[in-house]
Design a protein around this ligand. Structure first.
Ligand code: ATP
Ligand code: MG
Length: 399
């Protein structure tokens, strides 16, 4: 049977079919084997950083599907928490979000919970944990005016271990996958305390494995706070970075999935340098390219100009909510990395006053700091800003 044309997923797809999902064999095997160790030993905590669009979420979903029969798996996307969206994430509503996700995971698995009652209690974010009643199999905190963060965290974070103990015969362990964990940066000064408490609560759990993932590079501050020797997880956390597709992988991938897409040698080189091996960009760009004609370097360059606003869509949205200082900083970094002092000179600001905006840009993942030199993380952002400048003679500060 002839393969359907344009059979690649789009860069925004969150879930890929087995047919669409390419490679990552080593990562899949390694991570699944680590998680399966929950059967016999205390499970490891795993950290999966990687560039935006590199394929972390689709990989985690694939693992979830693979282990779903034997395990209770709770997949949590922190960026979808209501309180994160309204920019009001804190320890309390984070625990509510965890709790609700566990309840839903149990429900999907057919583990009995008296859901309506529990949901009702969690509509309010006020608890007093001294009062706990049993509904169905699980204790539920009764809403009151007083809030005790530590008690609430203990209660919620110990729940998965309790669920396991109640369902030993049905599952081999429980796994909590926390995606977009960079959202935790919203806790600000409370982040460190939160991470230490989190670790101290989960470290005695024998049957619960935790996987954290987020669009960060491995040098990010939050990874240091968690995974480094002096971090909350004290070097007990395993970091497995997901890398972009290599040139060979990209070539094999496209040959297998879209054989109608043809390049000459330079054309492919150009395609690879435009997409940087990021599957999100590879798929979206490859999908719109003309098929069944040999594309050369110029063709790719021209098509790239057309697709750039689409590839840059998520970055445009991030750019649009920056303040003017943050936008100015980015424009100074388009052509090459700069030290803080040089950024200051270019936009007439003292190096000290740059601390805050630089931190915001770092936290948003828009820039990186390599030994004191700041650079833009995603070259698609540079290309898009340059394109706007070329088109209109000005950067789109008021997008
Ligand atoms: N193994 C793969 N095979 C085929 N396509 C892939 C693969 N991994 C990722 N992709 C493509 O890249 C897109 C982005 O993947 P995904 O959402 O998992 O990235 P991410 O690393 O989670 O990004 P973000 O940091 O923005 O959440 C997918 O929608 C898909 O089109
Ligand atoms: Mg993701």
């Amino acid at each position: 049977m002839r393969k359907e044309l344009y059979s690649l997923p789009w860069g925004t797809d969150n879930y890929l079919t087995d047919e669409q999902f390419y490679n990552r064999v080593d990562e899949l095997t390694f991570i699944s084997n680590l998680l399966k160790s929950t059967e016999t030993t205390s499970p490891p905590t795993i950290m999966i950083p990687g560039f935006r669009g590199v394929g972390k979420t689709v990989l985690l979903k694939k693992i979830q599907k693979y282990l779903n029969n034997d395990y209770l798996i709770c997949y949590l996307d922190l960026s979808l928490s209501y309180f994160y969206q309204i920019r009001n994430l804190n320890e309390i509503n984070l625990m509510q979000f965890f709790y609700m996700s566990w309840i839903e995971a149990c429900e999907k698995k057919g583990f009995n919970m008296s859901l309506d009652k529990i949901k009702k209690f969690f509509k309010t974010n006020k608890f007093k944990l001294k009062q706990i009643e049993n509904f169905g199999e699980y204790p539920v905190p009764i809403p009151e005016k007083e809030i005790d963060n530590t008690e609430l965290m203990k209660f919620v974070l110990n729940l998965p271990q309790k669920i396991y103990e109640n369902h030993k015969n049905d599952i081999k362990g429980v796994i909590m996958i926390i995606d977009e964990f960079q959202a935790l940066k919203d806790l600000g000064d409370g982040l460190n305390g939160f991470l230490w408490l989190f670790r101290s609560i989960i470290q005695s759990q024998k049957n619960v494995a935790y996987v954290f993932s987020g669009s960060l590079n491995s040098k990010d501050e939050i990874i240091d706070k968690m995974a480094s020797k002096n971090g909350a997880f004290g070097g007990r956390m395993l970091t497995i970075e997901i890398h972009p597709f290599s040139k060979d992988t990209t070539e094999n991938y496209l040959n297998e999935k879209v054989p109608e897409l043809l390049f000459d040698k330079e054309g492919f080189e150009r395609f690879y340098s435009c997409t940087q091996g990021i599957p999100h960009y590879i798929n979206t760009f490859a999908n719109i390219l003309p098929k069944n004609i040999v594309l050369n370097k110029n063709d790719i360059q021209n098509e790239f100009k057309n697709i750039l606003p689409i590839l840059a869509d998520h970055l445009r949205q991030q750019w649009a909510v920056l303040d003017l200082t943050q936008q100015f900083i980015l424009t100074t970094l388009i052509n090459n990395p700069l030290k803080r002092k040089n950024i200051g000179e270019k936009i007439a600001m003292s190096p000290n006053s740059l601390s805050r905006p630089l931190r915001k840009l770092l936290n948003a993942g828009l820039i990186e700091n390599n030994n004191g030199e700041y650079s833009i993380s995603d070259h698609i952002l540079k290309a898009w800003l340059n394109q706007e400048y070329e088109k209109y003679g000005i950067f789109p500060f008021r997008l």
